[in-house]
Design a protein around this ligand. Sequence first.
Ligand code: UN1
Length: 477
Amino acid sequence: MRYQNYINGRWVDSEQHDPNRNPSDLSDLVGEAAIATPALAQEAIAAASAAFGAWSESPVQLRADILARVGHEIVDRKDELGRLLAREEGKTLREAIGEVMRAGQIFKYFAQEALRPHGQLVASVRPGIDVEVTAEPVGVVSIITPWNFPIAIPAWKLAPALAFGNCVVFKPAELVPGSAWALAEILSRSGLPDGVFNMVLGRGTELGPVLTTSPDVAAVSFTGSEATGRRIAQALGGTSTRLQLEMGGKNPLVVLGDADIAVAVDAAVQGAFYSTGQRCTASSRIIVTDDIHDRFTRALREATQRLRVGHALDDATDIGPVADASQLDKDLGYVALGRQEGAVLACGGERLRCASDGFYLAPALFLECESGMRVAQEEIFGPVATVLRARDHDHALELANDTPFGLSAGVCTRSLSAARRFRRQLRAGMVMVNTATAGVDYHVPFGGIRASSYGPHEQGWAAREFFTAGKTSYIRA
Ligand code: UN1
């Protein structure tokens, strides 16, 4: 399968292509993807600019119908799209189908959002005048997405952008062009006017600068690494381009003495290792109070060792492969670093041989970590979890907040007052009580604080803030 760019309502091939390989089985070539030039990205921006006037004034019923059609088709094809996703990204089929469902639901949700009130009518303090406060489309939006959620993250940026009357240029991560192409193909048949939705495939290093700094781009929504996010922010310093960044996390999961051990172990295993730990919401910093530490870590180690690592399409697999060679090197590098730093590797951390040649890594559990160790501070983005020991609740809270990030945080406890205290004092955009830090609902706001995020939050009703600009009109009849 050859995945092409989509510009102004047409499929456009490139001279160069990249192979799309299955990380569960490197002999399986999923397809090949166009590598767009910066000039093609310019063309996409020009097409989106030209389409904006008409689309920004399009009837909301039209937008709602289109988004609903897209959402229904995604849901109807969840098994097929999930297979493609699992094959190119490496999360298990179950996880991949769940992600596709999420993407479909998001489109259906924003179909309805398009119909909801976009403004307020206020009486002026002056006679004979009404004041209308409206939410207007912002213009051309560049949407740049990572490889770890190849369809859900594009969905949660594209759907609100389109629902609120913006035109988009979408640039998916190089590793996952297949899911992006499948989504673009559905959008191409959805009834969107030419130029409203465009997609360029290829290198972030080449296309990123055009997509973020073009004067015709009004807003940039990016999810990915902290380093790239910071670079974009720097490049846009001094401009008025709207910016929404969703970057890293080092999400603490606190386990207190009165926690239900089974619930806490489940939250830790789910949060740290499912999706191969490749989630910005992963519970990679597990903080356990002394009174329960040994019982909890014993149970967590047993549960971790029971996880079956294997081919993403094998029903028996719990944890698929790491997404690519460079991520695997990074994970192995952190395992070596953790040992050097003096953390105790309780299990895992070694490359595994499976029936097929893939990037398999045994989930790694580090105990006795100190808060300042790099393995306990930096986002690894792999199946590597660190456990820190806390003396008491105050210390646990201090450790939980001792990272520059602030995306998601969790606490496991049966005490209502402890849950309340942690919910209020954990410094994060999302707090989970007795459940994993990862795995969020599709219809409520998502986002972090501090080094994890920048700009308005995504999803649910929060999405409107970024994808619309306020206008206050005074009308004298
Ligand atoms: C989830 O935990 O369900 O890149 C979603 C990420 C996040 C999405 C996590 N933006 O991992």
